[in-house]
Design a protein around this ligand. Structure first.
Ligand code: MN
Ligand code: MN
Length: 273
């Protein structure tokens, strides 16, 4: 049984779906991801134990705040407000995207409450553009805004394989610690002091493992490499997101299962660390 956030003890991880993809630059679809990840997560095809030995089945191990409903409030304001409410209850939000632009309002809520945040960002792309096609809130830009605003202290990127001149300059300007895909594994570099926020873009994975994404970039991580890097994290994880799963591209439904597996192992690490 999954409990509601109001019944949860402080420190409990809380799942929040954010069905928003209006800042995607190429294909739409990630707005449909949260309910599909949940179905795969609760599927009877696997059990509730993580590889690291955490049993997620007892009531209250984690909780679920459902999917954010967008009304007449500006979407980023609505996301920041809801994540802030969950943080103010002492919970640890794990957001299911949505496109990667949602990480900006999420991390804004964290930055106002938790100083000294380190972001561990898994992605094929640095997402550091100053703007893309005139949109400064594009899913290609969230980490530029986060670093400009000082919402996080450190940004460590893992799995990058699309860096261009502009993004290289942006990375230098913001002091980003970029671990390119060609230099993996980098398990030692996952030993970071908390508080840590994990932002996982599904396209960090090779499209052979996770085809259900908008921007298929070959040469990425295997599911095992991604799990190994998550499991190597040592500090306290205060929050996370899993974004850019695009069900419209997921012909065999395997990407939903991979996203659910990552969710499970991230929850396990949050409970352990
Ligand atoms: Mn991204
Ligand atoms: Mn990406």
């Amino acid at each position: 049984m999954t409990i509601r956030p109001d019944a949860a003890k402080p420190g409990t991880p809380v799942i929040l779906g954010i069905p928003f993809d209006a800042n995607s630059s190429w294909l739409r679809g990630p707005a449909g991801a949260p309910p599909i990840i949940r179905v795969a997560f609760h599927s009877g095809s696997s059990n509730a134990w993580t590889e690291t030995g955490v049993d997620l089945s007892p009531e209250g191990t984690y909780c679920d705040a459902g999917d954010l409903k967008f009304t007449f409030v500006e979407p980023f304001a609505a996301i920041e407000k809801r994540v802030g409410e969950l943080l103010d209850k002492g919970l640890r939000p794990v957001c299911l995207g949505g496109d990667h632009s949602i990480t900006l309002p999420i991390v804004r809520a964290f930055g106002k409450r938790i100083p000294g945040l380190t972001i561990l960002h898994f992605d094929a792309h640095p997402d550091l553009y100053d703007e893309l096609e005139g949109n400064r809130l594009s899913h290609a830009c969230p980490f530029a805004r986060i670093m400009e605003e000082g919402a996080a202290k450190r940004l460590i990127q893992v799995g990058i394989r699309t860096v261009n001149g502009h993004q290289c300059e942006q990375a230098k300007k913001f002091g980003v610690e970029m671990i390119e895909m060609r230099h993996l594994p980098a398990l030692e570099r996952m030993k970071v002091d908390g508080p840590i926020y994990v932002s996982f873009d599904m396209d960090a994975l090779d499209p052979a493992f996770a085809p259900g994404i908008s921007h298929r970039e070959p040469g990425g991580m295997s599911t095992r490499e991604a799990l190994a890097h998550i499991q190597a994290i040592t500090g306290k994880i205060v929050g996370a997101d899993i974004v850019e799963f695009n069900p419209a591209q997921d012909n065999t439904q395997i990407t939903a299962t991979v996203a659910a597996k990552l969710l499970k192992e991230v929850l396990g690490k949050m409970i352990l660390n």
